[in-house]
Design a binder for this molecule. Structure first.
Ligand code: SF4
Length: 907
């Protein structure tokens, strides 16, 4: 009998993107937890993408930071919490006394729970009296915040996920939704399946996986989005696709915005030229937009991460305001956030230019509301340092101490080598983290262990304003504490009252009460109001169901929420009207040049998250894309003197890194794409942040991650190789390496500049196999410079190493499969010596479908042998694409390529 264990499941939320999927963690008999989608959560209704599905692979304690530590001349030493926090409190008191409150800073993260964020913000702005708290959300969505604030008067997301399904057209701008918000993308595709007439338009310089399933792809030149949307505004006005009553009664600034749009963008041919898209394609989009009232324009990093990011957001919003396409089902501008709790951070004022509960630092009445509610000794009255300026001020010695919480700025910031220099110079660096060794913790003078996903408990808010509980289901490891508690204990050591919370429930209650405090039309009104959730008892907080704000109680005490804002056409500006913003188009600050002829675009890959401190632990996720790459057009590669599969150095005015060249097929001439995930822990030299320019948007302070002038050159090496090993290998002597997590082993991709005279001796020394009697199978072709060796222990493969002057080496997928064998067979041993699998089908190829572990070769073989013609046929045959669907665009591409190649071979 199959007994359901659903009643044992703990309902929580995913740790990764802003979709905010509900997750169920169900205990197994062996003490581990089965992870599945929460069918009751409205964001995902039971589905999870591969990152969410593999959360269980990331909760092990390997590499965890478990105890407070303080650094002295001999290195880090374990200390008590009391000593660690006492050291920080003493230092901060001295620094503040001598240099003032702006000489200290917090740099926090969209990974924090709302309760953590709330306490950090209260501490900094209400007690230390400085707004020097910024967050890594500055790097991903601060332009969207600024755009909403300028247009609506408050940071308000007008739409909800259901609107994506209700729309007749979804326009995705600068968003590889298929990879970065996979469950939302699946919801859009399902709606399109049910209503094939629904249109999907993608505006993106790259032909991403998202484009594979779009009706229209506009490969707009990076940085020209404002021309495109100003052109649309001008076009809509010209053809009369406007709502004059809505414009007149509910908006201001129309004429000025239209005049600016008309000045440069009235002629579609001129717009098409600057955006580098075909005129008919541009007009097709304009006509579709004009004809489709129910349109959602969803945007993310491609819009936000720009020196004109705020203007881009407003240019989009203008095109919705002109037709009154807002506040009704299936329409509106929709910023999709990157991080799991970027929205929660926005609610509590986690950015340096915001106050708590959507109030403004610059407004005296807002400061009064917050300070009165907190009964705090101080209140910051001017904006603090935004991320890029903060690290500059640290390097200049103006900020003497920084406390970095749940983020890795040495990898993720632009001009990341500057961040290194800043932390190196900083008098006192404190880092609260879940991992012992990160590129940032290496600079910490005080290390504080924080709880991670599965251990911590609180709330997060997703991209559609939905507050959900993230619940603990694992024991707190070592002496790790929740971030809100670490900060509260520290505040108490500083001598502040107001931090004696009874638990995260108490913090949440205070946050909810503040949102409703003096929040009435006659007082200081704000649309952000979750006062309906104030006064919950512990049980009610524990059982809290996902709820969208605003959430208030009516006279009868019943909770009332609003799924969609601005239904009544009333906005949050004092006059109740929305603002058109005049957005004069401008190109990225730094133009490409002879020295740096290519434009670098950065972003995520499907199966990794941020700097891989968590996803890097999962072998399933590592299977998809193992190494950092520089994706470029073949002609640009030719001109740069690099070849696909080879390593290349990518250099900008700010720094350099090394990645493997690939031609993904989606990159236009003149630009390159590099993923953001690899750090000093996972590769020798693959931090793309070191290359990115530190230019920021003047309004939002968000960096220009989508455009940095670079050059690409050959990274010369003498040999290539790789290792698979059950034990860690020290690679300090190797010119270039990447570490990839496997199941029961680690894989290292290598390239060296040294000359190896004695391959066997060198390989044995590197792998630590000095015993000449060890079971060591080897093959060497001295003339060709090819060497391979396998170290076998108790009939199981323990390590293997392959070296060659060329790139053509055996399949890693096949070798990885041998590590799962209890015993190597004779056929396996023969295969190892000849350097290829002897059995047919043993080489499954690189993983395409991570959910079911289906490799490219398996898919190609099935397409040919079983004559598969469609993605559903592939799914029925192999399961691939049948779970989260993130790989469906890739399968579609493989299907087309394989069938074309087979046809060409037949002819
Ligand atoms: S889409 Fe994937 S990564 Fe994002 S919240 Fe859902 S499961 Fe997590």
């Amino acid at each position: 009998m199959n007994l359901s264990t659903d009643h044992l499941a703990i309902r929580t939320t995913c740790a990764y993107c802003g979709v905010g999927c509900g997750v169920q963690a169900t205990p197994r008999d062996d003490g581990t937890f089965a992870i599945a989608g929460d069918k009751l959560h409205p964001a995902n209704k039971g589905r999870l993408c591969v990152k969410g599905s593999t959360l269980g692979e990331t909760v092990g304690l390997e590499g965890r930071l478990l105890y407070p530590q303080v650094r002295d001349a001999d290195g880090l030493h374990r200390v008590s919490w009391d000593d660690a926090l006492g050291k920080v409190a003493d230092a901060w008191k001295d620094i503040i006394a001598e240099h003032g409150p702006d000489a200290v800073a917090l740099y926090v993260s969209g990974q924090l729970l709302t309760e953590d964020y709330y306490v950090a913000n209260k501490l900094m702005k209400g007690y230390i009296g400085s707004a020097n708290i910024d967050t890594n959300s500055r790097l991903c969505m601060s332009s969207a915040v600024a755009g909403y604030k300028r247009a609506f008067g408050e940071d308000l997301v007008p739409v909800c996920y259901d609107d994506l399904e209700l729309a007749d057209m979804v326009v995705l701008v600068g968003s590889n939704t298929a990879w970065c918000h996979p469950i939302l993308f699946q919801r859009i595709l399902k709606a399109k399946e049910a209503r094939p007439e629904m249109k999907l338009v993608v505006i993106d310089p790259r032909r991403t996986a998202t484009c594979e399933l779009a009706d229209l792809h506009l490969p707009v030149k990076a940085g020209t989005d404002v021309w495109l949307f100003n052109g649309l505004l001008s076009y809509l006005s010209r053809i009369g696709a406007i709502d004059p009553r809505f414009i007149g009664e509910h908006t201001n600034g129309f004429d000025a915005a239209l005049n600016v749009a008309n000045a440069d963008c009235a002629d579609p041919a001129a717009v098409a030229k600057i955006c580098r898209i075909e005129l008919p394609l541009l007009l097709e989009f304009y006509e579709l937009f004009a004809a489709t009232a129910r349109t959602i324009t969803a945007y993310s990093m491609g819009v936000n991460q720009s020196s004109a990011g705020t203007d881009k957001a407003n240019a989009i919003i203008n095109c919705h305001l002109i037709g009154g396409r807002i506040g009704k089902p299936g329409m509106g501008p929709f910023s999709i956030t990157g991080q799991p709790n970027a929205m929660g951070g926005r609610e509590v004022g986690g950015l340096a230019n915001m106050l708590a509960a959507h109030m403004d630092l610059e407004r005296a009445e807002h400061r009064d509301v917050v300070q009165t509610f907190w009964e705090s000794p101080a209140i910051a009255d001017k904006g603090g340092l935004k991320a890029v300026d903060l690290f500059k001020a640290i390097e200049e010695g103006k900020v003497k101490s920084v406390w970095v919480i749940a983020t890795n700025p040495v990898v993720s910031m632009p001009d990341a080598d500057q961040v290194r220099r800043a932390l190196d110079k900083c008098e006192l660096v404190i880092s609260s983290d879940i991992m012992q060794d990160t590129d940032t913790t290496a600079y910490a003078d005080v290390l504080l262990p924080a709880l991670g996903w599965g251990e911590k408990d609180g709330t997060v808010t997703n991209s559609e304003r939905r507050i959900s509980r993230q619940r603990a289901f694992l024991q707190a490891p070592g002496e790790a504490l929740p971030d809100w508690q670490i900060l509260s204990l520290f505040a108490q050591r500083m001598g502040y009252s107001g931090f004696d919370f009874c638990g995260q429930h108490g913090v949440f209650d205070e946050h909810a009460r503040l949102s409703g405090f003096r929040n009435a039309v006659s007082d200081v009104p704000r649309a952000f109001d979750m006062s309906g959730l104030a006064g919950l008892n512990q049980r009610e907080y524990d059982d809290l169901e996902p709820a969208q704000w605003p959430v208030r109680r009516n006279a009868a005490g019943k909770l009332q929420t609003e799924v969609r804002l601005f239904k009544d056409g009333v906005f949050a500006h004092a006059d109740g009207k929305a603002r058109f913003i005049a957005t004069a188009p401008r190109l990225p600050r730094h133009a490409v040049s002879e020295d740096y002829p290519l434009s670098l675009n950065t972003g995520r890959v499907r199966d990794q998250w941020h700097t891989m401190t968590r996803t890097g632990k999962s072998a399933t996720l590592a299977d998809h894309i193992a190494e950092s790459f520089v994706d470029m057009h073949p002609q640009d590669a030719l001109l740069s003197g690099v070849k696909e599969g080879e390593l290349a150095r990518v250099t900008s005015e700010w720094g350099a890194m090394v990645a493997r060249v690939q031609h993904g097929g989606g990159i236009p001439r003149g630009s390159v794409f590099i993923p953001i995930h690899w750090s000093g822990q996972t590769a020798s030299d693959a931090r793309v942040g070191a290359v990115v320019n530190p230019v920021v948007d003047p309004v939002s302070g968000e960096p220009e991650f989508k455009h940095t002038p670079v050059r690409v050159e050959q990274f010369r090496v003498n040999w290539h190789g790789f290792i698979l090993s059950r034990d860690e290998v020290n690679l300090d002597s190797i010119a270039h390496w990447t570490r990839i997590q496997g199941r029961e082993f680690a894989r290292y991709e290598l390239a060296g500049r040294n000359t190896i005279k004695d391959h066997a001796a060198w390989a044995r020394a590197l792998l630590g196999v000095e015993d000449l009697d060890a079971d060591w199978l080897e093959y060497e072709d001295k003339t060709a410079g090819v060497y391979r060796a396998v170290h076998v222990v108790d009939d199981r493969i323990a390590q293997c190493i392959f070296l060659s002057p060329r790139q053509d080496m055996p399949s890693r997928a096949w070798l990885a499969s041998l590590f799962a064998r209890e015993q190597l067979s004779e056929i396996d041993r023969v295969g190892l010596l000849v350097g290829m699998p002897v059995e047919k089908g043993a080489d499954t190829g690189p993983t395409v479908c991570s959910c079911f572990g289906v490799g490219r070769n398996t898919i190609c073989n099935a397409i040919i042998e079983k004559d598969l013609k469609t993605v559903p046929e592939v799914t029925v045959c192999l399961k691939a694409g049948g779970n989260c669907g993130s790989c469906v665009p890739e399968i579609k591409k493989i299907l087309v390529q394989t069938r074309v190649e087979a046809e060409e071979a037949r002819l």
